[in-house]
Write a protein of this length. Structure first.
Length: 93
């Protein structure tokens, strides 16, 4: 069975990562890589960071919320890396 077939539609049906690991037999790190690969192919796999797990968005509201969450996360990483780089350059000068 394909991983995408194990991810339910709708946030009310979300499946946890431990359950996905159990059902798929895929180790955690590889599972996360495969989920990212599916997202890169355009599958709207969401995870609201609330412990309930992964699901395929079935409405625009859920997808938009997840996209905002991911965008915010990306900007935090960019800002963090910029600050680390700046601090490193100051110390190296």
């Amino acid at each position: 069975m394909k991983l995408i077939d194990l991810i339910p539609i709708g946030k009310e049906n979300a499946i946890t990562r431990p359950d996905l690991i159990h059902l798929s037999g895929i180790p955690d790190r590889e599972l996360r890589r495969e989920i990212e690969a599916l997202r890169m192919l355009g599958h709207p796999i969401c995870n609201d960071q609330n412990g309930r797990g992964y699901y395929l968005a079935d409405n625009a509201e859920d997808l938009q919320r997840w996209l905002r969450q991911e965008g915010s996360r990306a900007w935090r990483i960019v800002r963090r890396n910029r600050n680390i780089s700046k601090r490193f350059k100051e110390r190296s000068a």
